[in-house]
Ligand binder design. Structure first.
Ligand SMILES: Cc1cc2nc3c(=O)[nH]c(=O)nc-3n(C[C@H](O)[C@H](O)[C@H](O)COP(=O)(O)OP(=O)(O)OC[C@H]3O[C@@H](n4cnc5c(N)ncnc54)[C@H](O)[C@@H]3O)c2cc1C
Length: 299
């Protein structure tokens, strides 16, 4: 069944967009900001906090990077105006990293100025390994200007614990995730159990240190282990949060965490680049197709 699902998802990538849209709907809040605001308000009403992300990566021109910078700056205005409980996440290559890291830094600092204007927060996502050093460098540059900024570390990279150790401070705020890109054996772990162990190690190091950690995973046994450790070690709830991608089915577990008083943040992507993102999500979990089809037929 899994094999058939995977083949079907591969075919979906060649379908017209209007046919793929129902499959994308669970993962993407909308194409426009207005559509997305409605989704964010709904999540806020249910008790979830949010991080909004404009879909897209690897812009090829300076002009395009400026356009995205301005869209992100505008997003902070919208969050303020609509009184959303949300911060913002962005990808450095969407702001020009592939063209020139200096360009990405200038764009990100300009977005950070806007975050600061509203006392909001900015998260710099982590992309594949050619960008790791430059992303950390930009994050450090941002920290010099404003505290409410964070980045992301990937448990599958051999270097991660060392990077975290170097950055530990009471201003350090990072999201830990397993890592989504294809990386070589030379620099990354591929064994699922090892990645889980590293993930736990990273969380434990950070929570034994001074920083704040956003624990981003849908892996319920992993969440269970981390929660047990957090309780056993009496870690204060204001030192961490859990994060999930909008639309990924989590059963009852995430609601249980919410009921226990933990902060749960939904990563809510939106924008015109929804197609590629959704195909990626479906490739990760082809079973979602049947879930979507079920919903369509129930309607
Ligand atoms: C809030 C958030 C932010 C992230 N930011 C980054 C980042 O900046 N850089 C980066 O490299 N990676 C990022 N990721 C992705 C992350 O690295 C993993 O690739 C992804 O979360 C899958 O790993 P998992 O821990 O959920 O466990 P898995 O064992 O892969 O998944 C657990 C279960 O959830 C389902 N599932 C997991 N992910 C999805 C999905 N996307 N769609 C549908 N079903 C899914 C799986 O089918 C499985 O049943 C982020 C993830 C989250 C939750």
């Amino acid at each position: 069944m899994k094999f058939i699902n995977s083949i079907l998802v591969k075919f979906l990538a060649y379908f017209p967009k209007w046919m793929v849209k129902p499959f994308a709907a669970p993962y993407v809040a909308g194409v426009t900001v207005d559509e997305t605001v409605k989704v964010v308000k709904k999540l806020n009403d249910q008790g979830y906090t949010v991080t909004m992300d404009i879909l897209g990566e690897h812009v090829r021109s300076k002009e395009e990077s400026y356009r995205i910078r301005d869209e992100y700056r505008n997003l902070y205005d919208v969050i303020e105006k609509e009184k959303l409980d949300s911060n913002v996440s962005l990808k450095p290559t969407h702001l020009g990293m592939e063209i020139d890291p200096q360009l990405a830094q200038e764009n990100i600092l300009s977005i950070l100025d806007k975050a600061q204007e509203y006392d909001n927060f900015l998260r710099i996502d982590m992309e594949n390994s050619p960008y790791t050093d430059d992303t950390i460098a930009i994050y450090k540059e941002c920290l010099k200007r404003y505290d409410k900024v964070g980045t992301v570390f990937q448990a599958y990279l051999h270097r991660t614990l060392n990077d975290i150790k170097k950055l530990d401070s009471d201003k350090f705020n990072f999201r830990i995730c397993k890592g989504i890109y294809r990386e070589s054996d030379q620099i990354a772990y591929h064994d699922k159990e090892v990645i889980r162990e590293k993930f736990i190690e990273d969380v434990q190091f950070a929570l034994n240190g001074k920083g704040y950690v956003a624990i981003a995973t849908h892996d319920i046994p992993l969440i269970d282990k981390i929660e047990q450790w957090i309780i056993a070690n009496n870690i204060s709830k204001n030192r961490f949060e859990f994060q999930v991608l909008y639309g990924v089915p989590m059963g009852k577990r995430i609601k249980q965490l919410l009921t226990k008083g933990y902060t749960i943040r939904n990563y809510v992507p939106f924008g015109e680049a929804w197609f590629d993102y959704s195909i990626r999500r479906l490739k990760e979990n082809p079973n979602i197709m049947w879930y979507v089809l079920g919903n369509i037929f129930k309607k």
